[in-house]
Design a protein around this ligand. Structure first.
Ligand SMILES: C[S@@+](CC[C@H](N)C(=O)[O-])C[C@H]1O[C@@H](n2cnc3c(N)ncnc32)[C@H](O)[C@@H]1O
Length: 224
């Protein structure tokens, strides 16, 4: 089975009704422009302070870099990656391996807003983003006998990457990385596994962790 990577609690959502009348939000919304419908901390910062858990929300930039890193990896190009995005509002999407994600951030925001409004992006079979109907627990249950690894700076420090994955390619792994800037995993995420791993003495950006974990997996399985 490919490596299953789930980016959890990612700050991807449409601008909530609660702040749509705030001046900082109103002046930037254009109903004809998908990208302007997405919550973005860089634009809506002052309005977002009212929102619960605001520090974890409105970060499409984090999702963008993580998705580009994951889909651009040799692992994905070899067909060994299965990528999922879980949002702060508990929506889950499977990003198919061959989809071309635009490097332009505004175009990416437009695509994500369209995804959240329409519920899916269908281009062709392997070039689509499709919803998963269920919660994170349901998703992990789809992959039989998979070992679930949570990555967090608060986990047990593993100094040697070869101790994270075994060389047996038939062993199934689900890797969980937070798609947010600050804070810790929710209880729903923490309940998924007791295996919490840290790969550095420092708290790293999610995109760095995505790249490193994929690289560790590639090295151990000689995928180049
Ligand atoms: C910017 S961090 C979130 C902040 C959080 N205080 C932390 O360090 O885990 C985004 C994600 O990157 C991963 N991460 C960050 N530092 C890590 C580390 N040293 N080891 C493993 N994963 C890490 C975690 O999955 C985290 O949820």
């Amino acid at each position: 089975m490919p490596l299953v990577l789930i980016l959890v609690e990612t700050g991807l959502e449409l601008i909530p009704n609660q702040i749509r009348t705030h001046p900082a939000v109103k002046k930037n919304i254009n109903n004809k422009l998908y990208s302007s419908q997405l919550l973005d901390n860089a634009i809506h910062h002052s309005a977002m302070k009212k929102l619960k858990n605001f520090e974890k929300r409105g970060r499409p930039d984090i999702a963008h870099i993580c998705i580009l890193n994951a889909l651009g990896s040799p692992l994905n190009k070899s067909g060994y990656l299965d990528l999922f995005i879980h949002t702060a509002n508990n929506k889950i999407f499977n990003i198919k391996s061959e989809i071309r994600i635009n490097r332009n951030f505004n175009r990416f925001k437009g695509l994500m807003a369209k995804l959240l409004i329409d519920g899916e992006i269908k281009l062709s079979n392997n070039s689509s983003i499709i919803p998963f109907d269920g919660n994170l627990k349901d998703l992990t249950k789809q992959f039989s006998d998979a070992e679930i690894l949570l990555f967090s700076s608060k986990g047990k420090l593993v100094k040697d990457y070869s101790n994270i994955f075994t060389a047996d390619i038939s062993k199934n792994y689900i890797v969980i990385i937070g798609g947010f800037q600050k804070g810790t995993f929710s209880n729903e995420v923490l309940k998924l596994s007791n295996n919490i791993i840290s790969i550095s003495k420092n708290s790293l950006d999610a995109s760095i962790v995505v790249s490193r974990i994929i690289t560790f997996y590639e090295l151990i399985h000689k995928i180049i």
